[in-house]
Design a protein around this ligand. Structure first.
Ligand code: TYD
Length: 136
């Protein structure tokens, strides 16, 4: 499966009076091989994360706790997703500018990534990102 546009996915959820359960399986829910997991937490009110695109990396972003917004832009179209359920995730293809904002208190963002961390994969300059899209 090739990931073309960002999309919201619904993960399995098992309601239980003892507490609910969700899960992610690489082969079922990810359109890429899983290389890395990281998470963002203790975000002070009003702060933003992201503000860059990846050349090759594809990701699934899940709000494990609390809520935040994901704003995505491919240089032409913009998408905004509000994540406030532990069983929803947003799949982000490569070459998409992303910003995470409006973090609630105690929010916890889990990110499943298709690559190992490499600063070389980041495009941190908006103008460069737009230029690269124009030349595609
Ligand atoms: P960065 O991806 O810029 O943060 P954001 O989630 O806001 O986009 O990561 C911030 C710093 O953390 C980066 O400069 C280096 C370090 N880092 C790693 O060492 N490994 C990782 O897997 C990630 C995601 C970041």
């Amino acid at each position: 499966m090739k990931l073309a546009a960002p999309c919201l996915i619904q993960l399995p959820r098992f309601y239980d009076l003892r507490g609910n359960l969700s899960f992610i399986e690489e082969d079922t829910h990810l359109p890429f091989r899983l290389r890395r997991v990281y998470w963002i937490y203790d975000v002070p009110g009003g702060e933003q994360r992201g503000g860059h695109a990846f050349r090759e990396t594809e990701e699934l972003i899940v709000s494990l706790s609390g809520s935040f917004d994901i704003v995505l832009n491919d240089g032409k179209d913009e998408w905004r997703f509000m994540l406030n359920r532990s069983y929803n995730g947003v799949l982000v293809p490569k070459m998409i500018w992303r910003t995470l904002e409006n973090f609630s208190t105690n929010s916890l963002a889990l990110i499943l990534s298709s690559t190992d961390y490499s600063e070389d994969d980041y495009i941190r300059d908006w103008e460069e990102f737009i230029r690269m899209n124009r030349n595609k």
